[in-house]
Design a protein around this ligand. Sequence first.
Ligand SMILES: *Cc1c(COP(=O)(O)O)cnc(C)c1O
Length: 378
Amino acid sequence: MDPVTRLVHAGQDIDRAYRSITPPIYQTSTFRFEDVGATSGYEYTRLGNPTRHALEALLAELEGGAGAVAAASGMAAISIALAVFEAGAHLLCTRDCYGGTYRLLHHLQRQGKLEVTFLDLTDANAREQAVKPTTRAVWVETPSNPLLRVTDLAELTAFAHARGLIVIADNTFLSPLLQRPMDFGVDLVVHSTTKYLNGHADVVGGAVVARTEELHRAIQFAAKAGGAVQAPFDAWLVLRGMKTLHLRMAAHEANARAVAEFLARHPQVEHVHYPGLESHPGHALARRQQRGFGGMVSFTVRGGLAEARKVLQRARVFALAESLGGVESLIGHPATMSHAAMPPEYRQAAGIDDHLLRLSVGIEAKEDLIADLEQALA
Ligand SMILES: *Cc1c(COP(=O)(O)O)cnc(C)c1O
């Protein structure tokens, strides 16, 4: 079936008692055993819950994986994925990754639990030189946050698999509708479902999808042992949000393109990052690898931080707020918000300038979004 049909149906026909169209919310911590050692399939909600399982089945199907675990947040999902490594494992990580991912990896490195090399993963030479005998995995975000850099997933997985490394991709920016990393051999996909998948800015959630049964068992164990799983009601909200994912993504993308084109023509704007623009260095690759360009746009303003700050203060329809992927348009300042965990010199090396602004373009009328940016830039 087409992914659009799956979004509405997959995994969700779970009510054997009354055949409800939407999956029931099993708001229970525990389940009665049928006999000593015999269960209905569920024992305790941390280990498994039918509502959460409906979401997990849907996510696994959409990403093309063997199984999925829905977590309490995107960072909980990332923690679960990292828990599969032995102490001392070395990871390669994309340099302009999500600030929270950087914070966690950096923290685990300081504690001596993992070793991480942050690098430009598109640089084949740097990549090759960074691999050590203890290297176990490559962590990639494409398009990256906040610079929307595009990495060739097929090439990266060929490089990693030839060296016995697994590849983990954060697919939050595009969702499985616009990109399926497992089609290129990626082993684990993580999501912050807080963003496009739920789409309504009313849940914090995450997921890890595993390509193989073996990895799925390791992920399930890490989730059960660590316990950072998603609550049934939140899982239900994400399921509800996902039914309209294709409609929302189409609206986000149409608006993002219009906004990016407007910004690219504006005299106060220095540089626009949007893979859908032909001038973007990753445009051709994005066209091959993705089924769309998504709804995230970042740009720098002439005049540096002082002028960028004015845009943040004047924007009205674009709310100055953290997060992305909801129906409402948001504007953010990566240096002091999503990427504040990175030290200034690191941010600079990664190309995240202090006057870079990030837009999560919502589904409002594009004329209103452009008019808002026009007055904010005036
Ligand atoms: C928001 C985000 C996360 C973290 O997710 P939370 O749900 O906030 O914990 C991870 N990766 C990316 C790309 C994100 O945008």
